[in-house]
Structure formats: C-alpha cells, structure tokens
Design a protein around this ligand. Structure first.
Ligand code: RB5
Length: 148
C-alpha cells in the first residue's frame, strides 16, 4: 500500500517508529516530514499528507502530532480527506468500517509504539462496509461541496 506519513515535532519520535514499522511490513511510505524535533507547525504536515491522499498519490495517510488533534483538523481541510484521531485499535477499525476514513491520526504524547502498531494494523486491514454507511459518507462529501 502507498502510505503518506507526516508529523510535527511532537509527533516526530512516534512517526519515526511508524515509518520503520510500515516499511518493515512492505508498504511504500512517503514521509513528508518533519525530520527533527525542532519546533514546527502541524498544519503544514497535515495538509501535505492530505493532499497526497486526496490526489490519489497515496492510498492512505498517517499523521502524528502531540495529541493527534490539530494535525487531523488540518488534514480534514483538504477536500476528500476523512482523517480520524484514534486512541486504540477498535476505534481504528470502526473508522474504517463505518466512516471509510482515509487518514489516521496518532497522539505522539499519549500513544506508545505497541498501541500505535495495533492501531495501524487495524486501520490498514479493515475494509469499509459500504451500504448504509456509504450514504452517510456521501453526505459528508456533499458538505464539502456546500450541498446539504
Ligand atoms: C505542539 O506543542 C502541539 O500543540 C501539537 O503537537 C498538537 O498536539 C496540536 O494539536
């Protein structure tokens, strides 16, 4: 799978672990940065990941900041992105099954490496259920177009 990956400084240590984990699983990872723990702005990296996913250059995205919140808000400003901050594998599974989430957001300051791996496993292997959930996701997409 082609995976876009990005973080701010607070998410950098976990992002580095995530990249190694995903590459080890055989995924094609595009790391948009940041590349150190020097202070930076999470919207830049949430947007960069979001653009790669929305354009189809990446199949899925992974973003990391301190809380997983700000960077998910930024990614969600890119049309076509459904980014979800999740704290465990069950939430990641539900975000795929019901919401067809295409970007998962991790809290670098709260989520350890083992839990991050379990979240990624669930997020990357769970299929969208479609059906009634497709209708609901279509309504989210309609909001992007100003159709309500
Ligand atoms: C950086 O200090 C922190 O605000 C950021 O990583 C993130 O948690 C924002 O939502």
């Amino acid at each position: 799978m082609r995976i876009a990956l990005g973080s701010d400084h607070a998410g950098f240590p976990l992002k580095e672990h995530v990249r190694a984990y995903l590459v080890g699983l055989g995924h094609d990872v595009t790391d948009v940065g940041t590349y150190s723990e020097e202070s930076c702005d999470y919207p830049d990296f949430g947007a960069a990941v979001g653009v790669l996913v929305a354009s189809g250059e990446a199949d899925k995205g992974v973003v990391v900041c301190g809380s997983g919140l700000g960077i998910s808000i930024a990614a969600n400003k890119v049309r076509g992105v459904r980014a979800v901050p999740v704290m465990d594998a069950e939430m990641a599974e539900m975000a795929r099954r019901h919401n067809d989430a295409n970007v998962v957001s991790l809290a670098g300051r709260y989520v350890g490496t083992a839990r991050a791996e379990s979240i990624l496993d669930a997020f990357l292997t769970t299929e969208f259920e479609g059906g009634r959930h497709q209708r609901r996701v279509d309504k989210i997409t309609a909001l992007e177009d100003g159709r309500q």
